[in-house]
Design a protein around this ligand. Structure first.
Ligand code: ASP
Length: 657
């Protein structure tokens, strides 16, 4: 018998969600035919975090279906306090109950527990990751109020970074063809891993409205939005021209909002010292109620609310959050019935997509970057496992954590048979895919890791220096001159480097600008595959008191990277920039342009064009990163990927580092 867990909203197909809604309609009539469906069954609720609605509505749902509930009033008083792992707790409790409902503060913890429990497990919220049963309640409420989901425009507002309800809801709205406007509080925008999952799995491009536009929404001026049916691909333009601005304004003024989903600042998830995050938190109150454009906009909230949603809204017909909370019982009754039915039916378990799974064949391997991921907090219960994502020919190689969805960019790959390693480059794509399929792919976070495991570097063919120290210096100077020529003082330029080499170059450009203008230029760095702040100030350039997230609205951003190739990195960087505040313009400066673009991004300032072949590697070496090396740009031929033996014409001369 195959059990059916409910860990992510992606575990249910759209037609299954519809089926649950039909069941929920029947559950509204408590004396209906399902009244005793769960008689004799037991649900265990394991809540490692506080809860009112989720826990009580699940418990009520089970009891209304004639079942019973066992629970621990507070997991701090369970064996967890004695050091029991979540794996052991799951194994044991699964032998006492027919279904487990679990909430945990670690991302991915519920998925890990589901692997050890031989009864179905429901995720009642795991860290900042997902809260899929809340999404069922949200969608059900929206459908009841608005009659449909397709084509509806929903505004998601507040702490979109840590709010797990938002992440699950966003995936579901994309799947049902709703339009979404996201309004994150500054520094609390939708995380990039969520944006990329939306694009990859649901072909849904999201260009969120910047937090500064919240005022604009409320005061009926302009707004930027993106819908699945009218993608304007804002993120692919490096220049936001005035015509586009006015088109967007026009579009936005006609935009009708069907629902606004407000969320609480997730204080418990902020890092120590992060109290300042989301200082300008949006608030829905009287002003919202008076706005004409919101006259038909219903307000939802997963609750609890703190002060982001004024009690004024309670009295208005549009405030439907208590109804939404009440639907928690019929919807969860329906979910329980669905999961128990699935156990009995011999139906295939969900619709499984095929994925390339990566599990390190070596005792040490890559780690999820998310410090709150269960693979980091309790690796004995959850060994790191990743989905390997190849962005296509020439694209980057990224691992997506199977527990928490965070992504990391692969730096070093190894082939287990010859025990050789090298840094990953798109020229290795086919070889690496083959090694993965054969279970012979090793991935390392660092050179040190590879060497500790006894791997030796691959040999490479002859190298050619195409830019030396002086060339690089001259390029930086030229780029700096061009930047100054194209940027007025009033544009408030911000130099933003892509971590890590782009950030070093950005620092050098900022220095040059300072020499020329005799003042500091604001400097920042952007991290595409990280879990901390995506855009950070570079501390040296700011005063201690100025700790707020960088505001990009109406600024001239100069984005800096070392090499542009497919353009995918820049596409991700642009998407991060646009959700952090809509700049006046974004110009792109690169030291080297290799060509072979896959997305339409054109750099504005280029140090050197190097039309290299796809089989060649171009490597920028900077003294800040390589320590004792001098600056240079190298070009060399790729290694022979088969069996680790370089082809005869590429005999050993130098090593890749
Ligand atoms: N109750 C929801 C959750 O557990 C929302 C919140 O706590 O803000 O995620």
């Amino acid at each position: 018998m195959k059990k059916r867990d409910f860990i992510s909203i992606s575990d249910l197909a759209n037609d299954e969600i519809e089926e649950i809604f039909r069941l929920a309609d029947r559950m509204l009539d408590r004396a209906g035919p399902e009244a005793k469906f769960c008689a004799g069954k037991i649900m265990a609720t394991l809540f490692y975090e506080p809860s009112t609605r989720t826990r009580l509505s699940f418990e009520s749902a089970m009891q209304r279906l004639g079942g019973s509930v066992i629970s621990c009033p507070d997991m701090r008083f369970s064996s967890t306090a004695k050091g029991e792992t979540i794996a052991d707790t799951a194994r044991v409790v699964a032998s006492y109950a027919d279904i487990l409902t679990v909430r945990h503060n670690w991302d991915g913890a519920v998925k890990a527990m589901a692997k050890y429990a031989d009864v179905p497990v429901i995720n009642a919220g795991d860290g900042s990751h997902e809260h899929p049963s809340q999404t069922l309640c949200d969608l059900y409420t929206l459908r009841k109020e608005k009659g449909k989901l397709k084509g509806m425009t929903v505004v998601l507002c507040g702490d979109l970074k840590h709010g797990r309800t938002v992440h699950s809801l966003l995936y579901a709205l994309a799947r049902f063809g709703a339009h979404v406007v996201t309004l994150g509080a500054r520094g609390m925008e939708i995380p990039q891993y969520v944006v990329e999952k939306l694009e990859r799995e649901y072909h849904y491009s999201l260009a969120p409205m910047a937090s500064d536009d919240l005022q604009a929404v409320v005061s009926e001026s302009d707004a930027v939005y993106l819908t699945p049916s009218q993608p304007h691909q804002l993120a692919l333009f490096t220049q936001v021209d005035p015509e586009m601005q006015s088109r967007l304004k026009n579009l936005a003024s006609r935009l009708k909002f069907d629902a606004l989903y407000m969320t609480r600042k997730q204080k418990e998830r902020l890092k120590e010292g992060g109290e300042g995050e989301g200082r300008e938190y949006p608030r829905i109150g009287e002003r919202f109620l008076r706005e004409r454009r919101f006259k038909d906009t219903v307000v939802l909230h997963p609750l609890p609310r703190v002060d982001e949603l004024s009690p004024e809204v309670d009295k208005d017909w549009r405030g439907i959050y208590f109804k939404q909370a009440a639907y928690g019982v019929p919807v969860r009754m329906a979910l329980l019935k669905f999961l128990f039915d699935a156990l009995e039916s011999r139906k295939a378990v969900g619709k499984h997509k095929t994925v390339n799974l990566f599990k390190s064949p070596e005792p040490i391997g890559p780690q999820c970057l998310n410090h709150n991921c269960v693979t980091r907090t309790e690796p004995v219960s959850a060994e790191p496992r990743f989905e390997a994502l190849f962005a296509g020919g020439g694209g980057g190689f990224v691992l997506r954590c199977c527990y928490c969805d965070h992504q990391l960019k692969v730096q070093y790959v190894g082939h287990t048979r010859p025990k050789r390693y090298c840094s990953y480059d798109s020229s290795l794509l086919e070889a690496v895919q083959r090694w993965l399929m054969q279970g012979e792919l090793a991935i390392f976070d660092s050179l040190k890791q590879a060497e500790e495991l006894g791997y030796e570097p691959y040999k490479v063919g002859p190298q050619r220096i195409i830019m030396d120290e002086a060339d690089i210096r001259r390029s930086i100077e030229q780029i700096s001159d061009q930047i100054l020529a194209g940027t007025g003082e009033r544009d408030r330029p911000l130099i933003l480097g892509v971590r890590s080499k782009g950030a070093v170059l950005a620092g050098r450009i900022a220095e040059q600008l300072k020499v020329r203008r005799n003042r500091d230029f604001e400097l920042g760095e952007i991290e595409i595959y990280g879990t901390e702040e995506e855009i950070k100030r570079v501390p040296a350039s700011i005063s201690e008191t100025e700790r707020e997230p960088i505001n990009l609205k109406d600024r001239a951003v100069i984005l800096v990277d070392d090499v542009i190739h497919t353009g995918r990195t820049i596409k991700s960087a642009l998407s991060i920039i646009f959700k952090s505040g809509r700049p006046r313009s974004v110009r792109l400066a690169v030291l080297v342009d290799r060509g072979h673009r896959e997305v339409p991004v054109k750099p504005d300032y280029v140090g050197k064009h190097i039309p290299s072949s796809d089989r060649e590697r171009v490597r920028v070496k900077l003294r800040e990163i390589e320590q004792d090396e001098k600056d240079k740009v190298l070009i060399y031929s790729v290694i022979g990927p088969d069996g680790g033996q370089p082809p005869p014409d590429l005999t050993a001369e130098a090593t890749v580092s």
